[in-house]
Design a protein around this ligand. Structure first.
Ligand SMILES: [Zn+2]
Length: 156
């Protein structure tokens, strides 16, 4: 869990740098094509505004993916270079504070999840298994259509 202490923030901004274990993030992935087992690297600055916290910095996570087309395992690097998160301390959207501490983990988790690939591909133009099958059927269609063309000729 990655948290900041509000009392420390009163004096000056806080710089946070390190790794957060994947187990602590608990992405709740159901997709077998994507696994997040590596730690999340963070390099953040947190400052206190009038009635909010502002966290900015970079987040980096390496995912173990399986290509949905060719089933090859590969690593996918997620980088958020200019991540920024505004955390209100008042109002309806306010973050929960425990012993002067605000847990940043859920916000990291949420924003990283948005960056996960929907359909992981080992490379953008992966031919994979599906394309191979499509080519076969494509060839078949062609020979069928030419057979019909031959029939048409006979009718004429
Ligand atoms: Zn592939």
């Amino acid at each position: 869990m990655l948290s900041v202490n509000l009392r420390h923030l009163e004096a000056h901004e806080i710089h946070l740098e390190g790794e957060l274990a994947a187990a602590g993030l608990d992405f709740g992935l159901r997709d077998e094509m994507i696994r997040a087992e590596q730690p999340l690297r963070y390099d953040l600055t947190v400052e206190k505004m009038d009635d909010a916290l502002l966290a900015t910095g970079s987040l980096q996570l390496i995912l173990d993916c399986q290509c949905v087309r060719c089933l090859k395992p590969f690593k996918h690097r997620l980088i958020l270079e200019d991540w920024a998160c505004h955390l209100p301390l008042t109002g309806e959207e306010k973050v929960s504070v425990n012993n002067d501490c605000v847990d940043l983990t859920p916000f990291l988790r949420e924003d990283m999840l948005l960056e996960f690939p929907q359909h992981p591909l080992c490379k953008p133009d992966c031919g994979g298994l599906k394309k191979g099958q499509a080519q076969k059927t494509g060839g078949k269609d062609k020979s069928e259509s030419s057979a019909w063309a031959e029939l048409d000729k006979l009718k004429l």
